[in-house]
Design a protein around this ligand. Structure first.
Ligand SMILES: Nc1nc2c(ncn2[C@@H]2O[C@H](COP(=O)(O)OP(=O)(O)OP(=O)(O)O)[C@@H](O)[C@H]2O)c(=O)[nH]1
Ligand SMILES: [Mg+2]
Length: 213
């Protein structure tokens, strides 16, 4: 697995969690040093990548949102997300600590096709990816699926269910996208922290299954 064990003292970097809080088990037990991993959140334009990173991040997420103007009217379809005012032009970045000693660094990709050239840099060193999908525009997630299939990075498919859209079973989405049986597909809500964390845990489990010891 492409992960690093963070030894803050050895590398002279600041600790990964606030030092003001209670001492964590891994802070005194060297065998439980936190494992830091990188996860990519990908998917089509406006599917909820920034929303997911923002919902779970324990730090103020780094965002690179730019206001959308009339100039992009013809390329950016806002039918499914009429309230969307901004778009990611570089990446989202957030962090979440799970179970005291697993630190996930989340990198949200830009969704617009003209920024896809950045994906190669964003996925470097990642253990896996969440591919977000919206059932009203499923084909928008094809490029992300193709990308992770071709580079061999483990991924899970997370359907971000938007209010008012038809609710499908995960198996229906799996069939529609021809996702192999061993790859998790789940229905979730990118705005809800618990739902997003479940998705991330599913990816971590899947990445561990897929990665040779
Ligand atoms: N109703 C509903 N709205 C959502 C949900 N997730 C995101 N939104 C809204 O949909 C819009 C798109 O969300 P973003 O998180 O910016 O999408 P994105 O994938 O980061 O978009 P790009 O970076 O531009 O590709 C925003 O207006 C969100 O408030 C959801 O689960 N339900
Ligand atoms: Mg975004």
């Amino acid at each position: 697995m492409d992960s690093v064990v963070s030894d803050a003292a050895a590398f002279g970097v600041p600790p990964l969690v606030d030092t003001d809080g209670p001492v964590q088990p891994w802070q005194t037990d060297p065998t439980r040093a936190p494992v830091a991993t990188k996860i990519v959140v990908a998917g089509g334009f406006g599917v909820g990548k920034t929303t997911l990173v923002t919902a779970v991040s324990e730090i103020t997420p780094l965002q690179t949102e730019a206001l959308m103007t009339e100039a992009s009217e013809e390329t950016d379809d806002l039918t499914a997300t009429p309230g969307k005012l901004t778009t990611t032009v570089a990446m989202d970045f957030g962090r979440i600590t799970l179970d005291d000693d697993l630190v996930l660094y989340l990198f949200g990709t830009p969704g617009q096709q003209r920024f896809w050239f950045m994906w190669d840099d964003l996925v470097r060193g990642a253990i896996g990816a969440v591919v977000l999908a919206d059932t009203r525009r499923l084909k928008d997630c094809w490029p992300a699926l193709d990308y992770f299939e071709s580079c061999g990075l483990p991924y899970v498919v997370a359907v971000n269910h938007f209010d008012g859209s038809e609710l499908f079973e995960a198996d229906d989405v799996r069939e529609a996208l021809t996702i192999p049986a061993h790859i998790p597909v789940m229905i979730m809500d990118a705005r809800r922290r618990i739902s997003a964390i479940e998705t991330l845990l599913s990816l971590v489990g899947h990445a561990l299954d897929e990665t040779p010891e």
